[in-house]
Write a protein that binds this ligand. Structure first.
Ligand code: KG4
Ligand code: ZN
Length: 373
């Protein structure tokens, strides 16, 4: 028994994505159209352009997902779409198209929370690999350009999932901080993957950044990355890094994407140390709080997901910190960490089983929380 065949659609940010997933367990297709080349020109995501690009991409991307899966729309059991959080105009493109398809084909519509999608990416990957289901409760660290949050995740007897917020960022998301640091160092956009590659050439203990102090007795699992970002800025202002920054800005001007070797050649040792030390500070902060959260709730396992989960240093740091206390870290491959629609279709499978269908007035919910504390 394969379970429901679900067409997933994701347009919450800057990826137009569609996928067909069988039973929350097997990708028949997973098509992602990245808008990075469009936004790179501006050094960040421009919401109006995101909506326009989704409008351009949504029809062909959904068609490709069905074609690659060799599935007719008539054969899918439901259409799942990201209902939030995300950019309002971007979400609306996916939601409106999903409604039209569902209505025309006579299929149920399922509204999926984007962060539930990221969490289900871990489960989808494990099922595809024939690995056992995680034991519950688990702690999930969802870390991306828009989010940095820790959740307690449990599966109920009836198969539905229950989430509880344990901590979240009070300012920048980790990915956002990385993108901003990369921008101020002239490394181009998006900066996370570039920092990941350049950091291996620097000494990560060179600069000891002070850890953020968070007020609030029950808020010690929250994060803050804006202070770290400011500390990097101050470092660039108090050390002789300006010429290097200008040289790299010239390389990345106008949305150009120079080869990594060219960027590396334009970085002196001090800059590489700064990049490595920043990345290490983020990885350590995320890892220590995730393991503290796992301890607090007596978690059976740890899930790591979201775009920043692609970061190799974070994966290593969290795996090592967790292993010291006996936990395994479950993280999907990079294609399932960054935004995609397979994770949305996978998260929709237990909702399908519960007949948790959306009505035709399903709105876009830009600020939708996944769970309360
Ligand atoms: O999940 P995602 O694709 O979109 C959001 O929901 O935000 O995450 C995108 C974020 C960006 O900030 C990007 O710089 C970051 O993930 N990212 C990385 C890496 N790959 C992507 N950050 C650090 N290291 C990476 N290898
Ligand atoms: Zn995301």
């Amino acid at each position: 028994m394969d379970g429901p065949l679900i067409l997933g659609i994701e347009t919450s940010c800057d990826e137009t994505a569609a996928a067909v997933v069988a039973g929350g367990a097997r990708r028949l297709s997973n098509v992602v159209l990245s808008q990075v080349p469009v936004h790179r020109l501006y050094g960040g995501i421009v919401p109006e352009l995101a909506s326009r690009e989704h409008l351009r991409g949504i029809v062909p991307i959904v068609r490709q997902a069905l074609e690659k899966a060799e599935v007719e729309l008539a054969a899918v059991d439901a259409i799942a779409v990201t209902r939030g959080p995300g950019l309002a105009g971007a979400l609306l493109v996916g939601i409106t198209y999903a409604k039209a398809l569902a209505l025309a084909a006579g299929k149920p519509l399922i509204g999926v929370h984007h962060l539930a999608g990221h969490i289900h990416a871990v489960l989808l990957d494990r099922r595809e690999q024939g690995l056992p289901e995680p034991e519950w409760p688990a702690v999930a660290l969802v870390v991306s350009g828009g989010h940095t949050a820790l959740f307690r995740v449990a599966r109920q007897a009836n198969g539905s999932f229950e989430y509880k917020l344990l901590g979240q960022t009070r300012d920048d998301a980790a990915g956002e901080a990385g993108d901003k640091v990369a921008k101020l160092l002239g490394l181009g956009y998006p900066g996370g993957p570039i920092i990941d590659r350049l950091a291996e050439h620097g000494e990560e203990r060179a600069i000891a950044f002070t850890r953020p102090k968070l007020k609030g007795a029950d808020r010690d699992l929250d994060f803050s990355f804006s202070g770290l970002k400011t500390a990097v800025l101050r470092y660039t202002q108090t050390h002789p890094l300006a010429a290097g920054i200008a040289a790299r800005q010239a390389l990345t001007a106008g949305g150009a994407k120079p080869p990594l070797e060219a960027l590396r050649a334009a970085c002196d040792a001090e800059t590489l140390n700064l990049i490595a030390s920043f990345q290490y500070a983020v990885a350590r902060e995320l890892s220590e709080k995730t393991v503290a959260a796992a301890e607090r709730i007596g978690a059976a396992g740890i899930l790591l997901t979201g775009g920043v989960a692609a970061n190799r240093r974070l994966r290593r740091e969290l795996a090592a910190t967790a292993a010291e206390r006996g936990w395994e870290v479950m993280a999907p491959p990079i294609a399932l960490c960054t935004d995609n629609a397979a994770m949305i279709a996978a998260a929709a499978a237990p909702q399908f089983a519960m007949a948790d269908f959306a009505t035709w007035d399903l709105p876009a919910s830009p600020q939708l929380p996944l769970a309360a504390r």
